[in-house]
Design a protein around this ligand. Structure first.
Ligand SMILES: [Zn+2]
Length: 571
């Protein structure tokens, strides 16, 4: 009897995935519940209650959320703006209606996220003083950009500049640019990116690891007690031109309110400035860059100083993550959880902008919120519950630099070591029925065999990351969960949609990036097709339920860059 139920259930999963032909069902029927041939994982045996709940997930439910959240009245859901707060209240209200428990502050659904907006003011002075020769007074935006991460209105810097190559400390790759040198009170000159290699075992070959990102460079320097960082901008290493550095580092920038050590000057300098500084210090920048490729590299004191007077406008403001929990059914593991995340913020409204000045963010990321809410409804309505709890988190300030999820990672309602998995949704295009799924990063977790088997059940081909060197893994909220050790990845459609060649999907993507990405024209249209969003929700529902029922918590693969954080979080 149970065997038969299992078989029926697996069949139901496939048949209702909106992607299956009846042929699949017949094939599965013939093979029993073992799933597709060649799957490495154990057969997927979701209980009947899970399948019934999964079947209630529909494209139209997701559509209605997207329609509302991207309405002009929501004013682009800006972080710290009225529209953002309305979106948060809407999501909290849905969570309550679905019967989920509040998991925010003081028994509410909202977790307050304290934020600070910093603007570096024109009074700031920024000078490089070589041991010999003339002081270089740098021009803001043309020659340098800098923020005072100590979040003070004024800071003074007068400190030695030490060149630390890539500024990376990565024991798993046997790499340490610091070699134990004390850099407290120093300003560190460093390169972005990471040592170049094609060896997948060395900084993941061509793929960018977190060590290559500028955020890592600032963090490690602050941790070591440095007062400032000068990142050398080189177009090829950064993978974008100086204009991008200049544009993303002018005007107000948002940060989480300070919780740890910070730099008085987190800055980039133009390549020409770096060359002049090297020359004035009797060195050659090309040679310095070459030296940084070696494991034997040691920090070099340039005998030059940074003299800076940082003047900053500091604006405190607040936003909220929206958190809810469905308690698990098994008392032994109900204190553990599987998390779903999606950011609800977008760029808000710009009153001074002529024409359409509302950044509605329909694709980015009302779609992810619609999926998150539909998952919450399906789980909340299931007649049985998975063993572990399910945490639903609509996070804020993603567009400001993953700040809401960073705060959640640092202050999770369930400790990070007890969160088995985070599944994130960001910008899931309403284009129709996908034949592929992207789960980049999943292959780095112990859960991957299950992900592969589930994708087969759903008739979805797994599409690999086309440009791992671009470091997309580090650019959405699952990364904030990963860095505190939680196995995490985003679920999205690939490029191949039913009834279209792959080139059609690529064309859609190109057009979106050129015309609508982060623009007021990312709006809701009634002709949008939410079949794919529903399919991604169902796929994630099945994965989440399965993860919440496994005998053990999920982990990162041995040697993964996030494994040490996982180990630390599970004492
Ligand atoms: Zn987004």
């Amino acid at each position: 009897m149970r065997g038969l139920l299992k078989r029926l259930s697996a069949c139901a999963l496939v048949c209702t995935s909106l992607l299956c032909a009846s042929l699949t069902c017949a094939r599965l029927w013939a093979e029993g519940a073992a799933g597709a041939k060649g799957a490495k994982a154990a057969p997927i045996r979701l209980p009947g209650a899970a399948f019934t709940a999964l079947e209630t997930i529909t494209p139209d439910h997701i559509r209605w959320h997207v329609r509302y959240l991207s309405h002009d009245l929501l004013e682009g859901r800006g972080t710290g703006q009225r529209g953002g707060d309305i979106a948060a209240e809407y999501i909290a209200t849905q969570f309550a209606e679905y019967g989920l428990k509040p998991a925010g502050d003081h028994g509410t659904y909202l977790q307050k996220v304290p934020l600070v907006g910093l603007t570096t003011l024109p009074e700031t002075q920024f000078s490089l003083v070589p041991g010999k020769g003339e002081t270089m007074n740098l021009k803001p935006l043309d020659e340098y950009v800098a923020y005072d991460q100590t979040q003070q209105p004024q800071s003074e810097i007068d400190a030695d500049i030490v060149y630390v190559g890539y500024g990376i400390e990565a024991p798993e790759y046997n790499w340490d640019d610091y070699k134990g040198v004390d850099v407290r009170g120093k300003v560190l000159l460093m390169l972005v990116n990471e040592p170049q290699s094609d060896d997948p075992k060395f900084f993941k070959g061509k793929a960018l690891t977190y060590y290559g990102r500028w955020t890592y460079k600032y963090e490690v320097a602050a941790r070591k007690g440095a007062v400032g960082v000068l990142l050398v901008h080189q177009t090829q290493m950064a993978s974008y031109p100086w204009d991008v550095v200049r544009n993303s580092n002018s005007g107000e920038k948002s940060y989480l309110k300070l919780e740890g050590p910070a730099l008085k000057a987190a800055s980039w300098i133009h390549l020409d400035v770096a060359k002049r500084l090297a020359l004035a210090s009797g060195m050659d920048l090309d040679k310095m860059m070459q030296d940084a490729q070696s494991r034997e590299f040691r920090p070099v004191n340039l005998r030059a100083r940074l003299k800076a007077h940082m003047v900053t406008r500091v604006r405190n403001f607040e936003s909220s993550n929206v958190l809810a929990i469905l308690p698990g059914s098994d008392r032994k593991v109900a204190d553990e959880a599987v998390a779903y995340t999606a950011h609800y913020d977008h760029f808000g409204i710009r009153p001074d902008m002529p024409g359409d000045n509302i950044f509605n963010g329909a694709d980015d990321n009302a779609t992810g919120c619609g999926i998150l809410l539909e998952l919450a409804r399906a789980f909340g309505g299931a007649v049985a519950r998975p063993r572990r709890s399910i945490l639903f988190a609509a996070v804020t300030a993603e567009e400001q630099g993953l700040l809401g999820s960073e705060y959640l990672g640092k202050h999770p309602p369930i400790s990070a070591g007890k969160i088995s998995l985070d599944l994130n949704y960001d910008d899931v295009k309403p284009l129709g029925a996908p034949e592929e799924v992207e789960v980049s990063g999943a292959e780095r977790t112990t859960f991957y065999p299950t992900v592969e088997a589930m994708a087969k059940e759903f008739r979805l081909a797994i599409r690999p990351d086309a440009r791992p060197e671009a470091g997309h893994f580090y650019r959405s909220d699952h990364f904030s969960m990963a860095r505190v050790g939680i196995p995490a990845f985003s679920i999205n459609e690939g490029m191949k949609y039913k009834g279209h060649p792959e080139s059609w999907g690529l064309d859609q993507e190109r057009e979106y990036v050129e015309k609508h990405y982060h623009q007021p024209s990312d709006e809701y249209h009634p002709e949008m097709e939410f079949t794919g969003d529903s399919a991604m929700a169902r796929f994630g529902f099945a994965l989440g339920w399965e993860a919440a029922s496994l005998p053990k918590l999920i982990g990162w693969q041995k040697g993964d860059e996030f494994e040490p954080a996982r180990v630390k979080s599970q004492p």
